[in-house]
Design a protein around this ligand. Sequence first.
Ligand SMILES: Cc1ncc(COP(=O)(O)O)c(C=O)c1O
Length: 383
Amino acid sequence: MSRAFETRCIHGGEESRLKDAFRAVSFPIYQTATFSHTETGHNGSGFDYTRESNPTRTHTEDVVASLEGARHAIGFSSGMAAISCFFDLFGRGDHIICSEDLYGGVFRLNRLVTEKKGVSVSYVDTSDLQELRASFRPETRAVYLETPTNPMMHITDLHMAAKLAHEHGALLAVDNTFLSPYFQNPLALGSDIVIHSASKFLSGHNDTVAGFICLNDDILSEELRLLAKTTGASLSPFDSFLVERGIKTLAVRMQKQQENAVALAELLSGHSKVREVCYTGLRTHRGYALNLSQSKGFGSMISLHTDTAETALRVLHKVRLFTFAESLGGTESLVTYPLIQTHPDVPQQLKDKLGIDGTLLRMSVGLENIDDLTADILQALEG
Ligand SMILES: Cc1ncc(COP(=O)(O)O)c(C=O)c1O
């Protein structure tokens, strides 16, 4: 019988490549830059140099791969390093379709790097399959999307997006950061690549920055590993350890954080100073049914429009338990102002279309007691 998700969080999959020589229960940090060779052309251990591979990173990669049901996982020094490595697969003349609602750093990457290489990028509403279908060109090589999207929580039909991409000879890559493999496994729904900012739910403690690419294709995996080794943004042994330690509690954290988020979203929905709550766990959410048909839950990310920009700014400055900070997915609840913090690089026209304005707040609901969280948000909204 294959191991359950919770067990794989702690012990990895049965197919884990490495066992520690001293049978350490917590896999050790191999803090070394290089490995001695036994003879010319032979390293004797399978490891040469830590930029290329390191036992701690390999062990963590195996755990992450098992959670996504992937044959391969590659660890990077940040989510953006993982995303950049994926975009490095493409060159002059290629075309990539991205979801129009997306972590702002991806717009910046495309403007400063991808497009300068001669790759063209279209931003489309991938939750609208007609729009997605119409955006393919003969030179389209990939579709890159988030579901739920950051920050507006739009949902794309992953099965249909994969079908459309494959009909056009393109790859489907999904940033699965918001739901984590606990709630959603895009590879099982037909996607080719899964990307994580492991700085968020995977590590889960707001104490490290990391990223992963997960995939099944052996040849593509070799190509990405070679790019990673060449460009050099590999995950360090210490940060690999932190990610792996965080993952041990992923299942319980995801479940409890979601429970807190559902309670908070319901409370905020009826509040006079809140115009709209965007949370996939609310039955009124446009993507509620679709999200549940392809995942096991909603996660703990909530975006909301307050009645005025003044209210949003007051919340940011009056919260005492929530921290006014970028990032998400950790044990501590955070509140973010996407307009200025995470999404300033989104073109203004798109910000207007999506509703990324001065009234938008994004909350990452953590593990604190729900009554304390509720009291904090209420005093900040009403204060
Ligand atoms: C959905 C999503 N993907 C990717 C990233 C980038 O990850 P990192 O900050 O680890 O580079 C972020 C960062 O906030 C994000 O929210």
